[in-house]
Design a protein around this ligand. Sequence first.
Ligand SMILES: Cc1ncc(COP(=O)(O)O)c(C=O)c1O
Length: 371
Amino acid sequence: MLSNSSHFQESLDKRKEEGTLRRLKLQSDGIDFYSNDYLGFARSKELQYLLLQKITDNPQLLSGSTGSRLISGNSDIAVSVEKDIAQKHQFESALLFPSGYNANLALFSTLPSRHDTVIVDEQIHRSVHDGCKLSNAKKLKFKHNDLKDLKNILKKQKNHCYIAIESLYSMEGDFAPIREIASLASKYKASLIVDEAHAFGVFGYGLIEQYQLQHQISAAVITYGKALGSHGATILCRETVKSYLVNFASPFIYTTSAQDFQWMSIKTGYEFLDQNHHLAIQLQNNIKTFRSRNLQSPSAEASPVQAIIIPDNQRLKSLQDALSEEGFLTYAIYSPTVKAGSERLRICLHSFNTEEEIVKLTGIIEEFIEN
Ligand SMILES: Cc1ncc(COP(=O)(O)O)c(C=O)c1O
C-alpha cells in the first residue's frame, strides 16, 4: 500500500514540475472558445424550455431505469428513439449508449476477435485505444491521415482488419480522407469504423451521411455531448452487428441503462437541430472570420476546431494566461498529450461567438507570436 501511494505522489509531482498537472476546476466566467458546444445548444434557453415541457408532461422521464436494458431497463422511448435515429442516418439500426466513451469501448472490445487486427489512425480518440485493450485483437497504428501508410499496413495483413478513424479530428481540427479510406477498406475487405463525434451537428448528421457512405461503413459512432449540447451516443450499424453487441458487448450488457430523460433529450436535440440549420451556417461564418485573420494552423478551413501550434509548454501557458486575463477561455494541449514540439492552443469556434470576440482573440494571439 505504502509503496503504491508513494509512486502516485511521485507521478503527480513530476506532472506538477512539468506544468501539466490536471486539476478539476469549476467553469469560469468568460468568452467560450474551449467547449464542444459548437452550436450553442447547451446554453439555449429555448431548448431548455422544450426539455422542461417534456418533463412536466411526463415526470416519469426522470426516474431511474431500474436495470440493464436486457433486464428491466429497456423502454418504449429507448426503442423508438433508436428506430428514429437509424432512419435519420439511413442505417439499418442504432444502439444507444450513455456516452461516446462507452460506445467505443463496446465496439472495439467486442467486434474484433483475437484473430483480427485493428488499424487505428495515430490520432484516434483514447476511448478507441481503451476498447482495443479490452479485446484480444492486435492493434496497429497508421500515420495520421496517411493513405499510403494505411495501404502499406493493409497489404501486409493476413487476418481480417478493422480500420478506426474519426471523420473530424479534435486535436488537429482536420478531416479524414474518409471517401478514400472507405475505398481502401473495400479493396482490402477491411471493416471501417468511423467516429463522428466532432462532425455531427456541425455538418448536418455527419460526413458519412453527407457523402452517402453508409454502405461502406461497418459502424459509426455519433455522440451527443458536443454539437447536440446533451449527452450520450449511438452506434449506427447493421441489425446483425447490433444484435452481436447486445449479446456480447460487456459495456452494454453489464450496466444500468440511462434514464429515459437522456434518450428524450437526444430526440429533442435532433428536432432542434432539424429546425435550426441557421446555427451551423452562423458557425461557418465565424470560422471564416477566424481563418481570415491568417494565423498559421494545421486545421481545415471549415473546421470548428482550430489549433495554433506553440511549441513549448511554458510559452503555451503564457499565451493561455494572457488570453484568460482578457476573458477568453481556451484550452492548451501540452506534451505528452501531443508530441513534444507540437504543443498547441485549441480554439473551438461556436455559432454564438461574435465577430468582435474573434478579432480580439486572434489579435492577442498574433501579437504574442510576433514577440
Ligand atoms: C472523437 C471522440 N470520440 C469519443 C468521445 C467520447 O465521447 P463522450 O464524451 O460522449 O464520452 C470523444 C469526446 O471526448 C471524442 O472526442
